[in-house]
Design a protein around this ligand. Structure first.
Ligand code: CA
Length: 251
């Protein structure tokens, strides 16, 4: 499953920053690995083949420069985004010379970090000839069309529901699969986003090459899709029924 997503390794010794980065990146649908020091970071960098490494320079033991040097010496080409302390211009230059691809000066905004990460990953995918991932984010749910998966982040749940189900609390990153038909249905509705699509159009567009199914088949498919992508399938926000017509997709 994990090869369907981008995996990002965070090497950062400050727990609050490390957790904050993890949460932000996971919310974007990335797989996240993290390490609190350079030795563990290097080990993960050498053994797990992440798509991007976010590397703090000031680390206990083996520092970020040491990690970067060893990675490049071992021919690990993974893009590296270094985190440097404000005012340490020489660190930035040294990092880039050692083979870092980008840098951010602390403190930085999460929006900027996420933009840099996304752009670096796109470049890396192009370089490796990978197709960019086709994703759809709906609140806590991320649909990956190519992998045919739906990932749900559970921790956005708050309040009593969360307190009643402590075993669910850290099950962020739950994944379920989509059938080919469900992917086709979702794509079709997405292509007509915001507009009501009739059952006849859905039959023609999604079930075009089989025997003509009853419209019940559409309703069943929508029912199943709702259970996978809606927060409350009984009160759908994205796959909305349009009386007398069919369905409408909205974000
Ligand atoms: Ca640090």
């Amino acid at each position: 499953m994990s090869d369907a997503n981008h995996t990002i390794l965070i090497v950062e010794d400050e727990p609050a920053l490390r957790e904050g980065l993890r949460d932000a990146l996971e919310s974007e649908g990335y797989e996240v690995l993290d390490a609190p020091d350079g030795v563990k970071g290097l080990h993960l960098g050498l053994t797990t083949d992440p798509d991007l490494i976010i590397l703090d320079l000031m680390l206990p033991g083996l520092d970020g420069f040491g990690v970067l040097r060893r990675l490049r010496a071992d021919a690990v080409e993974t893009p590296v985004l270094i985190l440097t302390a404000r005012g340490l211009e020489t660190d930035k230059v040294k990092g880039l010379e050692l083979g870092a691809d980008d840098y951010l000066v602390k403190p930085f905004g999460l929006a900027e970090l996420l933009a840099r990460v996304a752009s670096r990953l796109r470049a890396w995918d192009r370089e490796r000839g990978r197709a960019p991932r086709e994703r759809l984010r709906l609140g806590p749910v991320t649909v990956d069309f190519a992998a045919r998966t739906v990932r749900r982040t559970m921790k956005e749940q708050t309040g009593p529901a969360r307190a009643e189900a402590p075993q669910e609390r850290r099950r962020d990153g739950d994944v379920c699969g989509l059938t080919q038909q469900e992917v086709a249905l979702l794509r079709f509705l997405l292509a007509h986003e915001g507009r009501a699509v009739s059952r006849a159009d859905l039959l023609a567009g999604v079930w075009s090459n089989g025997e003509a199914p009853a419209s019940r088949v559409i309703d069943n498919a929508v029912f199943n899709l709702r259970r996978k992508i809606e927060s409350d399938p009984a009160a759908p926000r994205h796959l909305v029924s349009v009386r007398g017509v069919g369905y409408r997709f909205s974000r």
